[in-house]
Ligand binder design. Sequence first.
Ligand SMILES: C[S@@+](CC[C@H](N)C(=O)[O-])C[C@H]1O[C@@H](n2cnc3c(N)ncnc32)[C@H](O)[C@@H]1O
Length: 506
Amino acid sequence: MSDNIEKTADLVVTEGQTIELEITDMTDDGKGLGRLSGLAIFVAGAVPGDKVSARITRLKKRYAFAETITLLEASAARVQPPCPYYQDCGGCSMLELSYEEQLRIKRKNIITKLERIGALEEPTVREVVGAEDTIGADGGPADKADSAGSEDFESMLRYRNKAEFAVVMTSAGPLVGFNKRGSNKIVDCTDCLLQKRATMAAANAIRELLQDKLISVYDARHGKGFLRGFTIKVCEGTGEMMLIFTSTAKHLPNAEKIIYTISDAIDAVSTETEPYFLQSVVIEVNKAKDVRKPVTAYEVVAGTNTITDITDDGMKFEISAPAFYQVNTKQMSKLYAKVREYACLKGGETVFDLYCGIGTIGLSMAADAGMIIGIEAVKNAVIDANRNAVINGIVNARYYTGRAEQVMPRLLDKEDKLFIDYIEKNAPKIAILDPPRAGCDEALLRAVASCEVDKIVYVSCDPGTLARDIKLLGELGYEFVEATPVDMFVATMHVECVVLMEKREA
Ligand SMILES: C[S@@+](CC[C@H](N)C(=O)[O-])C[C@H]1O[C@@H](n2cnc3c(N)ncnc32)[C@H](O)[C@@H]1O
């Protein structure tokens, strides 16, 4: 957030002061950004193009925070947000903007980060691959949409195939919903417009089960109770759903009644275009005080231990409870198509699929490659990846479990004969990097560069860490060629970005 300005914030504004400001940008967490005498001011409740009257709420040395008091002039890109929870929840920070403007801001954010953090000059960043042609979950046609709030835009919503719900018991009854942005408060939500109707039907059924005391809610103060939250995953290609209870024990009391109630609620909203059904119920045990601590056990309570999706490209993927799967299935196909375009395989190449999850990216290009070598930290995801190779009839894929930054250097240290053969083989080498938001560990980037791969295709969900890693790869001999953002997260500030880097000529 520091902006190389000369003045400290207290020389420009004081806490509690009311100012008038034009908003020019949007931050990663959805605040409007404006400048007063060069000072960056982050304004809650404002979007680019707005002119607002705002009250300064907090001063930092080189910037300040404010909240909107009055909208003096509304941005031309403002639309009526279609969600009743919009103000309270804050999860969809771009829902007040036309879709065109959402994409413009996302692309600009990537360019800014590549220039400021990545030290690139005028990087080529293609237009964002939007979700305009996505067929909505309601099955309606989704022609080009240019305005959030319109019917067209609404057909782009309900794209998430995974929802993580928080639960709490209050004196007025249970709350089932999402954490309000930047707070621990849970917003009770009976219909999130990003989720499938079947997902919300299951969540609403769970609220009633909590109300009827068939499931107890975990009470953090006394360390008592069962349910800490739950996750629902859905497969658009098959209709299969997985419900994962995060709880303090392996045993689900009243299991039969609970599972039938939830399953019936899903069946009641199932249609020909949304034919969802409950395929798997899993408990993930977490007894730690802090729920973010690692899960200690997974227990399948009903159904299968994986759910299976079939993509638009006809590939079949099994997904277990702990494994990652891209949350927007339709956009995932476009994302992987861009990765394949950048990799531009001719046949025979060795492809390192790093942070491979259940193997989706590598397997989607295996037919054109010599060998796919995947590395992934989550053991169950690696088991899924191996099975996914088999069920798709792919024999040229091999997977390693562990942290990529540890496994790759170890394999290079000649611990693995097969791996070394592929490194030393006289075939082109390509590395696909698809890390979590934190980006890649430096040790991994150094290991990749030491293999002298010809190309790197970097898939990122965080432009800041992407830019940081691109800078290091630049120092390690790789040239940024271009980037294409893909909008996997309509209505939120998040964006996926695919980058092509090539080895610099010696
Ligand atoms: C953004 S996901 C990408 C997965 C996959 N490429 C896909 O498209 O579905 C990142 C993956 O990296 C894994 N991961 C996180 N840290 C890791 C590390 N240090 N080494 C290897 N894998 C890691 C996560 O478990 C997750 O599966």
